[in-house]
Write a protein that binds this ligand. Structure first.
Ligand code: SAH
Ligand code: SF4
Ligand code: F3S
Length: 459
């Protein structure tokens, strides 16, 4: 029997995408046996982890300014506080971080954080910093604890890591490494673990999640290769109320996945499918490997399979060489699809990516203007989409308390946030709600008409 260790405060600050959110949760699981328990602020922590994002320049800058603040806190703690930098900036700029900020004790890449306990042990024996930035996704997943601590009714499950698409603007293939799919058996085991902890919604995550592929689990008997659609069908049988997956690449929207949208009731009628641009010339320069017409065809096919589906997307404005005409094509594509939501970004040149060295970089003022126009159009579409749900009854997954007493927040199958007054008892449940109001960013639901779908969850 191991002797219980005194609790130590752990504070993890997460930047970037859902893969980082998953990784932060798993770091908590890895560190729990060492006696680390989450605290609410860096000041109260013995170990602070910044789980960082390298996707745009601004994201990276934030890390260095945050490290400046932590350095002062560390001095106030008499040097006892430990600081670790994890995530994609750690992978891309590990040496640079150590050089620029000596207060950092450990740098750990996205495929190496299962080694944190051993790194912490080494830290107590030696002076100087420790850097672990190997690409060992398979080893990481094998080494992570099977048990998961969950918080709330929804949980992320990483099914794949890395990306082989090499879009010319993107750092992910360099920070996360080559595409690696976890085995169906390992994913199913983790899904069962989450279900046993009361999770109602499972979100399959990865940098390019629909590239997932793997051998059918041994127990299935039929053998053969699976794609994401097969995996989703299988996970659905566990009995989750909702299944989502993100983020996908249009090239990997295979037939089996589109069929899953037709057949699997629990699969959310919401698809985040980044397109980046509406001009074929720019899509080619981005190495997206599809045209605008290909994208529209996919949208149509998914809509045929699941008529109530809503789409979300990501856009980049001001990619090198983007002309006014190219940008108009992007607006045209947005109008043709009609998005429920979309994220748009100004192109940010990233070190080491092909696009950073391209001629004809677009001026900042032009990027600003295009971003404002695109966002205005997207906002109009989001508002219209939200307004169209007023009067409907929607199943809402209530995940947390709202700002004022009795208010509860959740989200609809279309990922609209929904708030309801006097509904504290609904937290953690899926309930049918009548939508009575809409803004660009959220919906108001009426409590009187609520009927709880899954009463057993509160038992
Ligand atoms: N794996 C996902 C997206 C990862 S990054 C996919 O392939 O869709 C999330 C979003 O950030 C991208 O969809 C893109 O819109 C944006 N992005 C990535 N690199 C960028 C860059 N250099 N400048 C601006 N935005 C970028
Ligand atoms: Fe980056 Fe493209 Fe891979 Fe997405 S598909 S992670 S944008 S390289
Ligand atoms: Fe950022 Fe890395 Fe995700 S660069 S978007 S945290 S994969």
């Amino acid at each position: 029997m191991s002797v219980p260790k005194p609790p130590k405060g752990l504070f993890i600050k997460t930047y970037g995408c859902q893969a980082n959110v998953y990784d932060s949760e798993r770091m908590r699981d890895v560190l729990a046996p060492l006696g680390y328990a989450p605290v609410d602020s860096a000041e109260a922590a013995d170990l602070v982890v910044l789980n960082t994002c390298h996707i745009r320049e601004k994201a990276t800058e934030k890390v260095f300014s945050e490290l400046g603040r932590l350095k002062e806190m560390k001095q106030l703690s008499g040097g006892a506080m430990r600081i670790a930098v994890a995530g994609c900036v750690a992978q891309a700029e590990g040496q640079e971080i150590m050089r620029r900020q000596p207060a950092v004790d450990m740098v750990v890449g996205p495929q190496s954080y299962h080694r944190l306990p051993e790194m912490i042990a080494r830290l107590s024996r030696q002076t100087g910093d420790i850097l672990e930035v190997d690409f060992a996704a398979e080893e990481k997943f094998d080494a992570l604890p099977k048990s998961r601590q969950v918080s709330g009714p929804s949980a992320f499950l990483a099914v794949q890591e890395g990306c082989d698409k090499f879009c010319t603007f993107c750092v992910v293939p360099y920070t996360r490494g080559a595409e690696f799919s976890r085995s169906a058996d390992a994913i199913m085991a983790e899904a069962h673990e989450l279900a046993s902890k009361g999770v109602r919604e499972i979100v399959l995550v990865g940098q390019n999640v629909n590239a997932w592929h793997g051998a059918a689990p041994a127990l299935e008997g039929r053998g053969g290769d699976w794609r994401l659609g097969n995996l989703i069908r299988h996970i659905a049988r566990i009995g989750f109320e909702r299944i989502r997956y993100m983020t996908s690449h249009p090239r990997d929207m295979s037939d089996d996945l589109i069929d899953a949208h037709r057949d699997v009731e629990a699969l959310s009628p919401f698809l985040h499918l980044p397109v980046q641009a509406g001009s074929d010339r720019i899509l080619k320069a981005m190495n997206r490997q599809h045209t605008a017409a290909d994208y529209l065809r996919i949208v149509e096919r998914v809509r045929d399979a699941r008529p109530d589906i809503a789409f979300a997307s990501d856009f980049i404005v001001g990619f090198p060489g983007e002309s006014d005409k190219d940008f108009e094509d992007t607006l045209g594509l947005v109008k043709a699809v009609g998005f429920a939501q979309a994220y748009s970004f100004k192109y940010s040149p990233r070190p080491g990516t092909p696009a950073a060295g391209m001629q004809l970089q677009v001026e900042e003022a032009v990027k600003d203007e295009r971003l404002a126009r695109l966002q205005a159009l997207i906002n109009e579409q989001s508002q219209a989409f939200n307004t169209a749900t007023v009067g409907r009854r929607l199943p809402v997954l209530f995940s947390r308390a709202g700002k004022h007493a009795g208010q509860v927040l959740g989200y609809s199958p279309y990922m609209q946030s929904v708030h309801v007054e006097n509904g504290a008892h609904l937290s953690g449940l899926v309930a049918q709600v009548e939508i009575v109001g809409a803004s660009m960013t959220s919906l108001t639901g009426r409590q009187e008409r609520i009927s709880v779908v899954n009463q057993e969850a509160s038992a």
